[in-house]
Write a protein that binds this ligand. Structure first.
Ligand SMILES: *Cc1c(COP(=O)(O)O)cnc(C)c1O
Length: 395
């Protein structure tokens, strides 16, 4: 017997739930690729991406997942043998750095205290020690989707400035754009990377880059440039070249609708919705943790992201029975632990197209599961989330 029939809740940190409006916008015949309709869609998407990245710089759309945009970012501004500094805060910046290494870039990792955000003072100290200015770029994620950590990008920029270092600041916002503030120009970010399938509520398959003037200047001398990713080739007048080939039409129709929805809600409201719902999840986890079997992966409350919460299993408990119950008996699909957290944690995503009943459904599903599989937990996690939302969302 199960209680799973009905709408399944996909609570994984990407791909996230795609709104019906976005799916419907994609449900149309393919159109002529040189048409004005498509050109208009492209230019409006490139413009609105600037509003979301908060930049006056250039934006680019790739028919690729986030890894594609990672490669695009590296190849457009760097050369073989360049040195870069990778700021660890979990799994994802490390993965980006490994990609750069395979492309021939010399990557150094600035290790973080496990489960902690990047320490801006450590960044400043490392960059001061690089007195010849050898590092060409600093790579960091805003939210690490594995650990659940959020980094303070503005503080990292201040640390770079305090060290008087001229490296490019390159930021992965794949799990944060559209869920929390990101101020590309104000924070002095040179290259920002993002993807469609997390905060931006679009099916996987598109990724985005925004580049500052300084990044564009570095691009002129970059030795790793390739035809497909190249910014210059994508900046010409010919629309077809914006994608280096056939435009990903249906993905663009979906993205157009998703950005309309975000801008209509208003980015400030979008971020506040995420903050409220993320805190609801944290209230529940804090109560469950009283049973001794689970805890926050990120010990510092201020370093927990508003897009995903990573829940660590303690005292020898494994996440699999709980995840299996939630999915197969309740219809709630949770994220698995990844990287070194494989088999040791699970993740609750709260980003993109989420509202209070979806979050409450997920939290209640987890709490039902904890009881059913006999996982010791504090009772009333879902109630704590209700209390928080009832107090915080103004009538
Ligand atoms: C999901 C994610 C990626 C990878 O994106 P793909 O589309 O899976 O290639 C990279 N960085 C972060 C922070 C992510 O959350």
């Amino acid at each position: 017997m199960t209680v799973r029939n009905g709408r399944e809740f996909l609570s994984i940190p990407g791909p996230t739930t795609v709104p019906d409006e976005v799916l419907n916008a994609m449900h149309r015949p393919a159109i002529e690729i040189y048409s004005g309709v498509l050109e208009k869609t492209t230019y409006s998407c490139l413009d609105d991406l600037k509003k979301i990245f908060r930049t006056a710089g250039n934006t680019y759309i790739y028919a690729a997942n986030g890894h594609g945009a990672w490669e695009a970012a590296v190849t457009n501004v760097l050369s073989r043998g360049d040195k870069i500094l990778i700021l660890e805060s979990g799994r994802f910046a490390i993965g980006w750095g490994e990609m750069a290494t395979m492309l021939g870039v010399d990557s150094e990792i600035l290790h973080a205290t496990p489960c902690r955000a990047v320490d801006p003072a450590a960044v400043e100290a490392r960059l001061r020690a690089d007195s010849d200015g050898e590092f060409r770029a600093v790579l960091v994620v805003q939210v690490d989707t594995a650990s659940g950590v959020v980094n303070d990008i503005a503080a990292i920029r201040r640390a770079m400035d305090a060290a008087g270092h001229g490296a490019l600041l390159m930021v992965d916002t794949i799990a944060s754009l559209g869920t929390m503030p990101f101020e590309m120009d104000e924070w002095g970010v040179d290259v920002a990377v993002s993807g469609a399938q997390k905060g931006l509520m679009t099916p996987p398959g598109l990724s985005f880059i925004a580049a500052s003037d300084k990044a564009k200047a570095a691009h002129q001398g970059a030795g790793l440039r390739t035809v497909y990713w190249d910014w210059t080739r994508r900046e010409g007048e010919v629309h077809y070249m914006k994608y280096c080939g056939t435009p990903p039409e249906h993905m663009l129709f979906g993205l157009r609708k998703a950005m309309d929805m975000l801008l209509e809600e208003g980015l400030d409201h979008v971020f506040e919705r995420h903050r409220l719902l993320a805190e609801a999840v944290r209230r529940a986890v804090a109560v469950w943790a009283e049973g001794g079997a689970v805890d926050f992966n990120v010990p510092e409350a201020s370093e927990r992201s508003n897009s995903v919460t990573t829940v660590l299993m303690r005292n020898g408990h494994k996440p699999k029975p709980l995840l299996d119950f939630c999915e197969h008996k309740c219809g709630v699909v949770l994220g698995i632990g990844i990287g070194e957290l494989g088999g040791k944690a699970f993740r609750i995503a709260h980003m993109g197209y989420v509202n209070a009943p979806m979050i409450m459904g997920t939290l209640s599903g987890v709490e039902i599961g904890m009881q059913a599989v006999g996982l010791p937990h504090g009772k009333g996690g879902a109630q704590a989330a209700i209390d928080w939302l009832g107090q915080s969302v103004a009538a």
